[in-house]
Design a binder for this molecule. Structure first.
Ligand code: GDP
Ligand code: MG
Length: 163
């Protein structure tokens, strides 16, 4: 079985776009509307001449406890709990939000190894975007742009170091 990497983050940070960039597929639903990815989507990242790993794209993890949002949140949590590594995806344009804080608090409880991935760093000051998340206390942070496919090779290298 391949090691499993879970993409976790609040709606609209670019999880599905990253899933597509890693798996080079169009399986994930990418949409401008927050929270559109309701199911768990599994794919495989097969980096050239490197070890393959499985990737799961999750919906919003910080949902309510009832209804569709609750079911989505439960699925996302289950995906993160079974993962060998969690990529905690945040939005470098918007900076840290209360919802990111909630997710981080929950992630700490799961105690899964976690890498902070700052997405949407195209056309902005990357260092400033990284600094905005410094208080989260991750020694390793990777800046990427899923949409422009920048930083993806470095991200894959960082993932493989931890699998
Ligand atoms: P999800 O809800 O976390 O799965 O987010 P999506 O992958 O559906 O992306 C939400 C929106 O952000 C879409 O409009 C994407 O085109 C946009 N987006 C995703 N990644 C990037 C990026 O690296 N840069 C920019 N500028 N936009 C992005
Ligand atoms: Mg999505």
């Amino acid at each position: 079985m391949l090691p499993l990497v879970a993409l976790v983050g609040r709606p609209n940070v670019g999880k599905s776009t990253l899933f597509n960039a890693l798996t080079r597929s169009r399986d994930a639903l990418v949409h401008d509307q927050p929270g559109v990815t309701r199911d768990r989507h599994y794919g495989v990242c097969r980096p050239l001449e490197l070890r393959p790993f499985a990737v799961v794209d999750t919906g919003g993890i910080a949902g309510e406890d009832e209804g569709l949002a609750g079911a989505t949140a439960r699925q996302a949590r289950a995906a993160a709990e079974e993962a060998d590594l969690v990529l905690f995806i945040v939005d470098g344009r918007e900076g840290a939000s209360a919802l990111d804080d909630d997710i981080l608090r929950w992630l700490r409880k799961t105690a899964r190894p976690t890498l902070l991935v700052v997405n949407k760093t195209d056309g902005i000051d990357v260092q400033a975007a990284l600094n905005d998340f410094a208080r989260y206390g991750f020694s390793d942070r990777v800046a990427i742009s899923s949409a422009h496919r920048t930083g993806i090779d470095q991200l894959i290298a960082e993932v493989l170091k931890r699998l």
